[in-house]
Design a protein around this ligand. Structure first.
Ligand code: GDP
Ligand code: MG
Length: 241
């Protein structure tokens, strides 16, 4: 009787592992196809991840406003419900597509491929320089899904506290840039940016860290310079035969 129960447990865990492995490998193949498509179009793709409310959309609004005359930006918005973020981006004059997952806690590469088709139709003839993909607000699941992006950027806002890199390491291991957002609120919270940065660098020593406020504009220059440098690097890579 006991042996039977153990056997069933073992078989069940084998089944779960197989399904998970094939889910990730299907996602990885589509992500590679997305990246090849972005490369062919000369687009820098950036996956933004954070908890809900860290300021991803506010950062995009400020970024589009600041770079409107220099770079053409398109956005794929991911949320469980509503097109509110897409409306905010559209108000800035950028082409945007809203994906609603209907409950799923992250975007996957297939959703992004479909979103990019729609976005390309919306953007028309003018090629994009940057595609931002604002992931569903969550520091857990989005960390496991490659969307075909070139760069992954993780945000933690001052009111969330500096312990997030320690608690959610996967989101930091897989990202190249860590943005500490809402720094205008530092006087009101016990948040030491250097502590959060050190904790993130424990998991990912190569990670860059910027502190900024999309509301006041403080620190935005570093981020905008980083974006322009990344776009230039991508263009240079394309020009090398
Ligand atoms: N004080 C302050 N509030 C901000 C800042 N950025 C965003 N917010 C506010 O934080 C809330 C969530 O922002 P939102 O961009 O929707 O976050 P998202 O869920 O990560 O996209 C909104 O009420 C914003 O006005 C900032 O730099 N400073
Ligand atoms: Mg948002």
């Amino acid at each position: 009787m006991m042996e039977d129960a153990n056997h069933r447990r073992t078989r069940k865990s084998v089944t779960v592992l197989t399904v998970e492995a094939s889910l990730f490998s299907a996602n990885d193949s589509q992500a590679a196809a997305n990246r090849a498509r972005f490369d062919a179009c000369g687009i820098l793709a950036i996956n933004l991840i954070s908890s809900p409310g860290s300021g991803k959309t506010a950062l995009l609004e400020a970024t589009i406003k600041a770079l409107a005359d220099i770079l053409r930006i398109g956005v794929i918005e991911g949320d469980i419900e509503t097109a509110r973020d897409a409306e905010r981006i559209r108000a800035q004059g950028a082409p945007v597509v809203q994906l609603t997952t209907g409950g799923a806690c992250h975007l996957d590469a297939v959703m992004v491929a479909r979103g990019f088709e729609q976005l390309s139709a919306e953007a028309g003839d003018q090629p994009l320089d940057i595609l931002f993909i604002e992931n569903v607000g969550n520091l857990v699941c989005p960390a496991s899904f490659d969307l075909g992006e070139h760069r992954r950027v993780v945000l933690v806002s001052v009111p969330e506290g500096p312990d997030k890199p320690a608690k959610y390491p996967a989101a930091f291991v897989g990202s190249q840039l860590f943005i500490i957002s809402k720094t205008d609120l530092l006087p009101y919270f016990d948040f030491a940016p250097h502590e959060a940065a050190a904790s993130a660098k424990c998991h990912n020593p190569a990670m860059e860290v910027f502190e900024l406020s999309a509301k006041t504009g403080d620190g935005m220059a570093m981020w905008l310079t980083w974006l322009r440098r990344e776009v230039a690097a991508r263009r240079a890579e394309r020009e090398i035969p």
